[in-house]
Write a protein that binds this ligand. Structure first.
Ligand SMILES: Nc1ncnc2c1ncn2[C@@H]1O[C@H](COP(=O)(O)OP(=O)(O)OP(=O)(O)O)[C@@H](O)[C@H]1O
Ligand SMILES: [Mg+2]
Length: 365
């Protein structure tokens, strides 16, 4: 798929902006704080319904303005599509696909698939398990939007169970059993989907990592579930029993201690935990391998290449890694930001569309 048009109004630092990007590589270059990442963020927003760097949608509205809008035209195998997102400070955003408002945020998933590489990605390795769960969840949701709904329902049931646990005095055991039942059905679907994706992801990421490190490092990315996956029927039962077993402790703590909301993705390089002991370079390479694996799975499953968003990542990579990234990007439309255009040219890129970002404008050069 490819983005054929992008129009921003009052988005971040742009009063108004209109782009008609080419199919191949689009480079956005300019000084720090010029507004390069903002452009990628607007595409990410139309892909996943949220920013990659804030949970507060209002931040994306240009300071002092009452609304912002982003409109993206996409060419997909299934034909052209227009995605529009309107943002309001202090109010819910509105999203439309081909002019029709969507009622559930999951409807957006799959319309425009993007894979982003950004400096913030390092959190995927360095931060807590929540980041890695989010990565798995977003990757699965792009492949299968129904997963996103299951996840929403699970989180909702979890919230309800936790609220119930906090009221230990008059605890309603029937209601607790009811939430346990829901959590075990929804939770087992999540565990199985995560186990399946982690296995594929782990295999491809290991290959990528071996190439990126010239054979020196072997990466193991492995699902670290809180409750072990097994056959679907059994798993639901196991989860239900685990929830019942932990009820007493959960009442004491006021929260639910078992289930996929406690999962992690184990990351080892040469048998050492990258999350704790990895060097900056190893952590960066691990993220790159995982993202390249995500890209490959998305491409294979959807039979349509996603759009790549490469934010500021080029300058931090050595030549070998830059080349790998460019090879992976070959048949994808790619938006790349950089402060120094020479770096991209030096990596051997011949054909590219270059935009200069300055003074709240983006001009093709
Ligand atoms: N809501 C907003 N209203 C107005 N301006 C904003 C808003 N949010 C961010 N900005 C401005 O956008 C600019 C930052 O944009 P962006 O992060 O895209 O820069 P960049 O070109 O990617 O810079 P760098 O090279 O440092 O990553 C800053 O000047 C910031 O003040
Ligand atoms: Mg930036």
């Amino acid at each position: 798929m490819r983005v054929t048009g992008l129009r921003l109004v009052n988005f971040r630092n742009y009063p108004s902006l209109s782009l008609r990007p080419d199919a191949g590589l689009c480079v956005l270059t300019g000084e720090n704080a010029a507004g390069k990442t903002n452009v990628l963020e607007s595409l990410f927003l139309c892909s996943l319904g949220r920013s990659h760097r804030t949970v507060r949608d209002g931040e994306m509205v240009r300071a002092g303005e009452a609304f912002a809008s982003v409109a993206v035209d996409v060419d997909t195998r299934g034909g052209p599509r227009r995605i529009e997102c309107k943002l309001f400070p202090g109010d819910r955003k509105k999203t439309m696909i081909d002019g029709a408002p969507i009622t559930r945020s999951g409807e957006l998933l799959g319309c425009l698939n993007v894979v982003m590489f950004a400096p913030e990605d390092l959190a995927l390795v360095k931060d807590g398990p929540g980041e890695r769960r989010r990565f798995l969840d977003m990757a699965i949701s792009q492949l299968r939007p129904s997963y996103y709904y299951t996840l929403q329902q699970y989180n909702n049931a979890l919230k309800q169970r936790n609220a119930l646990l906090k009221d230990a005095e008059g605890l309603d055991y029937d209601a607790l059993a009811c939430w346990d039942e829901q959590l075990s059905v929804l939770g087992s679907a999540i565990i199985l989907a995560r186990a399946e994706l982690s296995e594929r992801l782990g295999m491809i990421a290991a290959e990528q990592h071996e190439t990126l490190s010239d054979g020196a490092e072997s990466l193991v990315a492995e699902y670290e579930p809180n409750v072990q996956p097994e056959a679907a029927n059994e798993l639901t039962k196991t989860l239900r029993l685990a929830l019942a077993d932990s009820a007493e402790r959960d009442i004491y703590r006021g929260s639910t201690s078992v289930g996929p909301h406690r999962d992690d993705l184990k990351l080892l390089i040469n048998r050492t935990d990258v999350r704790v002991y990895g060097s900056q370079g190893q952590q960066r390479t691990t993220v790159l391998s995982l993202k390249l694996a995500q890209l490959e799975i998305l491409r294979a499953e959807k039979d349509d290449s996603p759009v790549l968003l490469l934010d500021d990542v080029f300058s931090e990579l050595d030549r070998n890694r830059q080349k790998m990234l460019l090879i992976a990007a070959q048949d994808c439309q790619t938006f790349l930001t950089c402060t120094h255009l020479e770096e991209v040219a030096a990596a051997g890129v011949e054909q590219m569309q270059v935009y200069q970002v300055a003074d709240r404008r983006v001009i093709e050069v």
